[in-house]
Design a protein. Structure first.
Length: 385
């Protein structure tokens, strides 16, 4: 039986060899992509009928935390494209036949957020706009995009949609010059009157909630925001854990250059190390709890997932990521001057964490507000959970 955790662990050394190259070229190295595919990690969320594993999100969440031990960029692109495969798994069969025609390992970049617009036309929809943060766009032939519906020329309403389009129909604009996560190649993509046939579009709200029509497996009827947040948090957790490991290894042998003696012998270093370890342990427990919740929904086929459960999973992801950020900041503050060099792994992980934590899916204040409102007997407000 295929074991995604063992498969991810097996390629850590290979991914580490690619990390510097990915960062330098601002896109995930081809060898890292090959490693992910050869390990079967690109097909975790693909439907079985196309040769995929159709696994629970647990496999994606926890394997991304492992591959991040080798390469932040490779883990992030694995996460993003797997999350989009998870969304495409609820699209009409004709669309899936096209996307998976080349096999279940196809990578699907994109941006599900409504950054562009869509308008009704004969036979389908007309797509326009610019989408930012299209991680892994160099490595996939298809894109998934969110689009806000605008009135057609006759004044008829168009719903908000999720659409799937060939990358060849789009323009890729290399805007990816950033503080961290440089190797993800998260460039902009632009649509200029791109036609989208009916079978490659779904109502956005129903898609996100998991209430689309069709005989899709239970995993493809899970809520999109909660699952995407959890998958992304898994990658962030792995980055933070690897950065912490680097800090501990370096601190064990560091000496105080002014007064002599071991840095590790200082009480302040011991306290920071212990507290950061506790924060990362708690982040991992939150992610394990979310995996259990999602598995329970799949087993019970309890679709749509309740608002309270969705809010819980979103909160777990947002708070886990905040704990990862805090732990990373805590140890980086005493990592010493050598941690400021580009060659320092800890510097790269610090930059990557602080970049990844800015993803809109981790809106800490917004998710905290939603959870608080629900606990106080109010509705969820305007947030989509």
């Amino acid at each position: 039986m295929y074991d995604p955790i063992a498969a991810a662990q097996a390629i850590i050394p290979r991914l580490r060899e690619t990390a510097a190259q990915s960062e330098a070229q601002r896109r995930v190295s081809d060898d890292a992509i090959a490693a992910l595919k050869e390990a079967g990690l690109a097909r975790l969320m693909a439907p079985r009928r196309y040769g995929g594993y159709e696994l629970s999100p647990r496999a994606q969440i926890l394997s991304c935390a492992i591959t991040a031990q080798g390469s932040s960029a490779a883990s992030w692109v694995q996460m993003v494209c797997g999350a989009h495969t998870f969304i495409v798994g609820r699209f009409p069969e004709r669309c899936q036949d096209e996307v998976f025609a080349g096999g279940p390992d196809v990578l699907i970049p994109g941006t599900p957020a409504m950054q562009g617009t869509v308008q009704r036309v004969d036979g389908g929809w007309l797509l326009n706009g610019r989408w930012q943060f299209c991680s892994g766009v160099d490595h996939g032939p298809w894109l998934i995009l969110g689009a806000r519906g605008i009135d057609d020329q006759a004044g008829n309403k168009t719903p908000n949609l999720q659409v799937v389009v060939p990358k060849s129909d789009m323009l890729v604009d290399d805007t990816w010059f950033t503080l961290g996560m440089r190797g993800t190649g998260s460039k902009d993509i632009v649509a200029q009157d791109v036609f989208v046939p009916v079978h490659r579009a779904l109502h956005l709200e129903r898609t996100f909630l998991g209430t689309v029509e069709g005989g899709h497996g239970a995993v493809y009827r899970l809520p999109v925001p909660a699952v995407l947040a959890s998958m992304a948090a898994g990658a962030v957790l792995g980055i933070a854990e690897r950065g912490f490991q680097c800090f501990v290894a370096e601190t064990r042998v560091r000496q105080d250059v002014y007064v002599g003696g071991s840095k590790a012998a200082k009480t302040s270093f011991q306290m920071r190390t212990g507290e950061a370890a506790g924060e990362l342990d708690m982040a991992r427990m939150l992610m394990e709890q979310s995996c259990d919740l999602l598995d329970e929904v799949i087993r019970a086929n309890a679709i749509p997932m309740s608002l309270e459960a969705r809010a819980k999973v979103r909160w777990n992801a947002a708070y886990a990521v905040e704990l990862c950020r805090r732990a990373t900041e805590r140890v980086y503050a005493v990592a010493g001057a050598h941690a400021t060099y580009d060659k320092s792994e800890l510097q790269r992980f610090h930059r990557d964490i602080n970049t990844a934590c800015h993803h809109a899916i981790f809106d800490f204040d917004g998710i905290a507000e939603v959870r608080g409102r629900l606990m106080l007997g109010l509705d969820e407000g305007r947030a989509m959970v």
